[in-house]
Design a protein around this ligand. Structure first.
Ligand SMILES: NC(=O)c1ccc[n+]([C@@H]2O[C@H](COP(=O)([O-])OP(=O)(O)OC[C@H]3O[C@@H](n4cnc5c(N)ncnc54)[C@H](OP(=O)(O)O)[C@@H]3O)[C@@H](O)[C@H]2O)c1
Length: 325
């Protein structure tokens, strides 16, 4: 188990303000700010972030910590990659010899674990005190795509797929395991007198392209232009979306499915070119191109969705903007 101090890691995840005008059109979440008013108080409970060492996951962990959650992260690496500053590599992680998570809200409790194993999430939730689960595990290129060796380069956190890393195992199997575990945990919470109605928020990171069947031109793009690996990537995302929104699941869990297009951060110029292209496509009104979102705004929206009971179902970029208001 490894912990990291909050003061050390604000590099990519500062500046959560939103200046988006698009959001004004979407009043769906605009009214529910009362819970956010208490956001600086501690003791909001524990949040489990699956993939908390990823580009997005690190930002979600940090945001949640700042909002007063106790954060547990699970990933194969355990700790996030060292940050680079002016050519120097800075390791901010320190190992804890404690077998129990540190108490208090100043630390992220980093655990090493493989979410493809059915009991990884079950065991952690059994420790109790969790108020939500976020799944932001993923990979862009699996081995079968023939591009697996490049995933390390395109992953925002340098995640390296292993020999069993397919879209199906990394996305669908890990998410199904987590959903099964979360349902069991939520049922046990609901059976306690105080919490009989509360559904456990479960946030799943999907992708904008999972919505192609619903937008003009989307099905054609997918059928005729999308490479095979992208179709398999989307099949895994959709399988999880379907499971999360099924009746059996929603009795116990409140599903929040974020569908970002490209996720970027202004301090990572390498992504400017593709991000710019997506911005242009979106501005031109192509219905199958969603506007990219910053990693900070997405992380903020994810964390805010935890306490807002009315937030449920698919969130596209205007909804993410709205949650940032
Ligand atoms: N980045 C984008 O532009 C973008 C756009 C749309 C959607 N998304 C989605 O957003 C999510 C996060 O993407 P990202 O950019 O943050 O990716 P990333 O930096 O590559 O992070 C992936 C995370 O998954 C973890 N992981 C992989 N296999 C695992 C396993 N078997 N068990 C536990 N953890 C595992 C990785 O940690 P280890 O390597 O340590 O295991 C890492 O923490 C993904 O679902 C992705 O599909 C991303």
């Amino acid at each position: 188990m490894t912990v990291i101090g909050v003061s050390l890691f604000m590099k990519h995840c500062h500046g959560f303000s939103s200046r988006n005008t698009v959001a004004a059109k979407y009043s769906r979440f605009a009214t529910a700010s009362s819970l956010e008013a208490t956001s600086t108080s501690s003791g909001k409970g524990k949040l489990l972030v699956l993939g908390g060492t990823g580009f997005l996951g690190q930002c979600i962990c940090r945001r949640a910590l700042l909002e007063g959650y106790q954060v547990t992260s699970v990933s194969r690496r355990g700790i996030p990659p060292p940050e680079k500053s002016g050519g120097d590599t800075i390791s901010t992680a320190t190992a804890s010899s404690s077998s129990q998570p540190l108490s208090g809200s100043n630390y992220i409790d980093y655990r090493r674990g493989d979410a493809r194993q059915p009991d990884t999430v079950t065991k952690i939730l059994q420790e109790g005190g969790y108020i939500g689960v976020v799944h932001c595990i993923g990979l862009l290129f699996d081995d079968a795509s023939g591009l697996g060796a490049y995933n390390r380069l395109v992953s925002g956190s340098g995640s390296i797929p292993d020999e069993n890393s397919s879209y199906d195992s990394i996305t669908r199997v890990s998410a199904f395991n987590a959903i099964d575990a979360a349902i069991e945990y939520a049922k046990s919470q609901q059976s306690s007198a105080n919490d009989s109605k509360r559904r456990l928020p479960f946030v799943f990171t999907s992708a904008a392209e999972a919505g192609w069947p619903d937008v003009a031109g989307g099905p054609q793009i997918e059928q005729f232009l999308a490479p095979d690996w992208l179709r398999r990537y989307l099949a895994a995302k959709r399988a999880v979306e379907e499971r999360l929104t099924s009746k059996d699941t929603t009795l116990s869990l409140r599903p929040v499915i974020v569908r970002p297009s490209l996720i970027y951060s202004l301090d990572r110029p390498a992504s400017y070119l593709p991000v710019g292209a997506f911005f242009v496509g979106n501005r031109l009104g192509l219905p199958f191109v969603d506007r990219p979102v910053t990693v900070q705004s997405l992380a903020n929206a994810v964390v805010r969705s935890l306490s807002r009971e009315e937030v449920e179902g698919v969130l596209r970029y205007p909804d993410i903007d709205a949650l940032n208001q």
